[in-house]
Design a protein around this ligand. Structure first.
Ligand SMILES: Cc1cc2nc3c(=O)[nH]c(=O)nc-3n(C[C@H](O)[C@H](O)[C@H](O)COP(=O)(O)O)c2cc1C
Length: 220
């Protein structure tokens, strides 16, 4: 069945100024690895997840689940498990080039942000689910879809003035047991979210320019 699409008003001048403003706002987004004890309202987190779950997805399968962790004991457990993984990653990694490539970010096996951040959002995705009649439903392009949802989540949180860290330990299947998620769901990433301390430092990095990342094919 089709329904009418109420298209949003398009105003060239407004769109142009909004687009410029968005560039300025997103130039300020950085991955934050330290958190103050300031705790944003949980409604902001839940609304950001509502935005994320409006993301496009293959065949509209919406193959995502967001586990919001505020519970300190759970965060401690996640930190413990992640730090064990990270010790192996940093000290027993046969791929030393990877470790070398991370040096400029000053990251290490200690993951204090996992307990400092007031919220952890563990994002799961699934390649299939079962509907109410028990029939198996395939989730096409599940990973691409959850990646888009994660991007929309990060953008929403940033627009609300919150800081985030995209965290991806090499193995995080333990999250299924810990957070009691079903077997068909795979952990995708952990987003730490909160407010940076006033004396926060970030790695000095640069971003590619519009010319480096774009090819433009104009009409003659
Ligand atoms: C898919 C993905 C995985 C990432 N995993 C980690 C991670 O495990 N630990 C970490 O400290 N940062 C992680 N990051 C953050 C990146 O290091 C960071 O985005 C990058 O250095 C650019 O910095 P910026 O986000 O401040 O622009 C990850 C980012 C992405 C997109």
């Amino acid at each position: 069945m089709l329904q009418e699409f109420k298209r949003p008003k398009y105003d060239e001048n407004l769109s142009s100024s909004v687009s410029e403003e968005l560039v300025k706002i997103f130039e300020k987004r950085r991955t934050i690895r330290q958190y103050s004890n300031e705790k944003p309202d949980r409604e902001i987190i839940l609304n950001a997840i509502r935005v994320a779950s409006l993301a496009p997805s293959g065949a509209n399968a919406q193959p995502w689940h967001f586990a919001v962790i505020e519970n300190q004991a759970l965060k401690e457990e996640i930190k413990d498990k992640c730090e064990k993984e990270e010790f192996d990653f940093y000290h027993k990694n046969p791929n030393q080039k990877w470790i070398e490539d991370l040096k400029h970010l000053h990251t290490h096996e200690k993951k204090e942000f996992l307990t400092q951040a007031p919220y952890l959002i563990a994002i799961f995705y699934s390649h299939y689910s079962h509907d109410q009649s028990g029939e198996k439903k395939t989730h096409y392009y599940a990973k691409e879809s959850v990646g888009l949802a994660a991007g929309m989540l990060l953008s929403s949180l940033h627009l609300c003035g919150l800081n985030t860290l995209t965290y991806t330990p090499k193995r995080m299947q333990f999250l299924n047991d810990l957070l009691e998620r079903p077997k068909n769901e795979r952990p995708f990433m952990i987003i730490a979210c909160g407010v940076a301390p006033t004396d926060c430092e970030v790695p000095q990095i640069s971003k590619k320019t519009i010319h480096e990342v774009t090819n433009y094919y104009q009409n003659p």
